[in-house]
Design a protein around this ligand. Structure first.
Ligand SMILES: Nc1nc2c(ncn2[C@@H]2O[C@H](COP(=O)(O)OP(=O)(O)O)[C@@H](O)[C@H]2O)c(=O)[nH]1
Ligand SMILES: Nc1ncnc2c1ncn2[C@@H]1O[C@H](COP(=O)(O)OP(=O)(O)O)[C@@H](O)[C@H]1O
Length: 190
């Protein structure tokens, strides 16, 4: 049996975390925990949602890739991926589109890329505010070049990525279920 990594990417608020939590709860798909220097949100836990780092401690890890997103550092490690694959042959990771391109290039057929988006981008801001994000942080994020970039699927990912419109969670979930079915067949995982 092979390993597979489901890379979930797309703009902020599009439902990346929702998808990885669903994959974990319904299919036992382990999440790769990444590192960030941004502040935890009120419902987030260190070691579960992220490893929350200072600018200094962030430098102490070995990254497969790292990026800056809206003024903060984010990075993911081979160790994190190995830890997730030890738990389940299929793992998932949430990345910005730059990270998704790096993973597609480095891991090739081992990754399945899911690009989430919504039909009306105004919806994203409402979702972030409803999620309880700080208003100033949301405004800054929506002005960032990374946010604008991630609204669109990069051309490098177009041939392979599965695009899912997450206007309606029930509809999106069906597409996620189909993807898992496909992966299970491919790597003979039950
Ligand atoms: N390339 C890369 N992107 C990451 C990593 N961890 C998180 N991200 C991305 O960083 C962006 C900001 O994440 P976050 O602050 O949690 O905001 P959210 O997308 O609104 O939940 C999102 O696009 C994440 O997918 C990482 O290790 N590498
Ligand atoms: N289809 C949907 N319809 C309405 N709200 C959604 C939908 N999908 C996710 N959400 C909500 O939108 C907010 C942002 O989703 P989240 O998964 O945190 O996005 P991301 O990780 O991409 O920033 C969360 O509060 C989540 O519960």
């Amino acid at each position: 049996m092979q390993n597979k990594l489901i890379v979930v990417t797309g703009p902020t608020g599009s439902g990346k975390t929702t998808v990885t939590e669903y994959l974990n709860e319904k299919y036992g798909i382990a999440q790769v925990i990444t590192h960030t220097t941004r502040e935890p949100r009120s419902n987030e836990q260190n070691g579960k949602d992220y490893y929350f780092e200072t600018n200094e401690s962030f430098q102490n890890n070995h990254y497969l890739e790292q990026v800056e997103y809206s003024g903060f550092h984010y990075g993911s490690s081979y160790e994190g991926l190995r830890r997730a694959w030890l738990k389940s042959p299929v793992a998932s990771i949430v990345l910005d589109t730059a990270g998704a391109i790096t993973y597609a290039n480095k891991l090739g057929d081992e990754v399945a890329i899911v690009f989430l988006h919504v039909t009306n981008v105004e919806v994203l801001k409402h979702r972030l505010l409803k999620r309880g994000d700080n208003v100033d942080i949301v405004e800054r994020r929506l002005q960032s070049p990374e946010y604008k970039r991630d609204l669109h699927l990069p051309k490098q990912l177009k041939p392979d990525a599965i695009e899912i419109t997450n206007d309606d969670w029930k509809m999106a979930r069906i597409k996620i279920d189909n993807l898992v079915k496909q992966i299970k067949n491919e790597i003979e995982w039950n």
